[in-house]
Design a protein. Structure first.
Lengths: 332, 332
């Protein structure tokens, strides 16, 4: 395996959800990670979301030598120059805006830059990828997309149904994202996306972040780095080299109560096992070549060995996200 | 009465609470008002406060030709140069932070620049001026002051008890304010402040904003402009010319249900009449020389006629607040 320092370009990760602490931030620094788009909440209310932001404000205060909040692409560049990791905020569900359109701008002001319209289930905005029926983006969803477009918050359809995602691509006046998912044609999974969908996503200027969460990978935790790079090459054939990045979906430090919260929130009294099963209910084992924030250089090396040009490796590892942040995070 | 345009210096008002609409913003422009520190909430929760901020965000969007949000003294200067009125946010009570220290920074990020530790009653931070006993700033209150000092939110003790206010002056490492009150020695009222208190306030670098709310005035709605200027001259004798400004406490457009909310929130099932009485329960009649945002020039003229030098009139009308904003609104 290559040394973590063997890749010194921009590394931007479109999705992580950890039990954040100083050890993880040190690992980010050791891994040369420029920016992580962190999941703040899954099912939390507006008020609960404020508390999650409050926790992050304490983390910024206490670990200002390692991390900083990023609200713009320039903040990400500044973090790189200061040898810090930039943190952007993301919601994996629309519960924090509570059917209140005004909360979009308020959450934006607090630093939130990505919001999923839904997490697996039908939401007030759109259908999730676990619903049998997908009736597309709702009346409220249209208003939310318009408001997100206005303020500069990015629509993320990672956990949405296919029709809803096509709808969002069409309705949104600014490019949208699937921050963390892979190709259904490479590994069939409710969370992975069809070739038609990622083609439409790319044509509209949107971005796909490749996930290393084992449920999204061919052969699960046994997926090889070469297989992963093969999938990226296939996506690049469909989407072009400028519309793809990393969205690792890395989870660190959380106990099984957190995967239960992620899957069940408060919406079910019966246990829903999500991508797992009753016999495989907990967090999946990670792949050997990506266990944490020190391992991004492995991917850069894998891409290079697979045959990607150095400049294309840089785009996939971070420059595409940086360019996307540049055009997406400003108010219209 | 002089023309509203007869004074073209900075006009900064430390306290207003209106049923805000475009007509009021036009009046602010006609009156040459540079900045108004608006009351967002009295007794509202964190979540309710987000909705009040949401309403303001809509007002900024819809009336961007007349008003703009100010987060810094430079924003206030920018507003003046753009011929707009700058709006800063204030809380008249600590209910929006809900005993959660993290909410101080979150509300600051959303633009809140002043918070009263209490409104008339005992709060979790300090005692209000209507309590019989004032045991001073509480354990939580000390933490709140420290956090407000850190982020750049100003402590306002307008509705606090005397001991609590002396405590806050001593505990706070940055100057504090009484944004809207007058001199008790000029007009005895629970809401007005003792000469000793305003002296200590000024010595610590704090500011007093003079109120034109009739309950705080000698002779109530019949108070003359000359009597008001006499009181200002007395305050300047005690505090010096650099520590005083305007905090009109102007209320416009609200029905009596709002004065009831202001006085009773949800804390009482019996009607509390606050500064009024059962026979005088509604909003007081305004003084003839200050009925709204067009009338600030009257005060400037009154001060000039009373004998204040032109440069001192400018300080009282706005430059002292501007200087105070400059040194207060930045993080430590």
């Amino acid at each position: 395996m290559p040394d973590a320092k063997s890749y010194d370009g921009f590394i931007i990760d479109g999705a992580q959800y950890a039990k954040w602490d100083r050890a993880i931030f040190e690992e980010m620094r050791n891994g040369g990670v420029t920016c992580v788009n962190v999941t703040l909440v899954y099912w939390e209310s507006a008020r609960e979301t404020l508390s999650e932001i409050g926790k992050w404000n304490r983390l910024f205060e206490q670990n200002g030598d390692l991390i900083m909040q990023a609200r713009t692409a320039d903040d990400v560049r500044l973090a790189k120059s200061l040898n810090k990791t930039a943190i952007t905020f993301a919601f994996q569900h629309c519960s924090p805006i509570e059917e209140d359109i005004d909360l979009v701008e308020i959450m934006y002001t607090l630093g939130v830059r990505f919001m999923q319209l839904t997490y697996n289930n039908q939401s007030v905005c759109a259908a999730g990828c676990y619903e049998n029926e997908d009736s597309g983006v709702t009346r409220f969803g249209r208003q939310v997309i318009k408001e997100m477009n206005r303020v500069g918050m990015v629509v993320d359809m990672s956990h949405s149904g296919e029709k809803s995602t096509f709808d969002a691509i069409e309705i949104s006046e600014r490019p949208i994202t699937v921050t963390h998912a892979n190709l259904e044609s490479w590994h069939p999974a409710l969370r992975n996306k069809s070739d038609e969908l990622i083609k439409a996503l790319a044509e509209s200027g949107g971005m796909l972040g490749f996930s290393m969460y084992p449920f999204h990978l061919k052969n699960g935790p046994q997926c090889s780095l070469n297989e992963f790079c093969e999938m990226i090459a296939k996506a690049v054939d469909i989407m072009g080299i400028d519309r793809v990045g990393i969205g690792s979906d890395l989870v660190q430090g959380h106990g099984n109560e957190v995967v239960e919260w992620m899957r069940n929130g408060r919406w079910s009294k019966e246990m829903d096992f999500g991508e797992g099963s009753s016999s495989n209910a907990g967090w999946p084992e990670p792949v050997s070549w990506f266990r944490g924030n020190s391992d991004f250089a492995n991917i850069a090396t894998g891409l290079k060995n697979f045959g990607f040009k150095a400049e294309d490796v840089e785009k996939i590892m971070g420059l595409n996200w940086l360019q996307f942040f540049e055009s997406s995070f400003t108010a219209k």
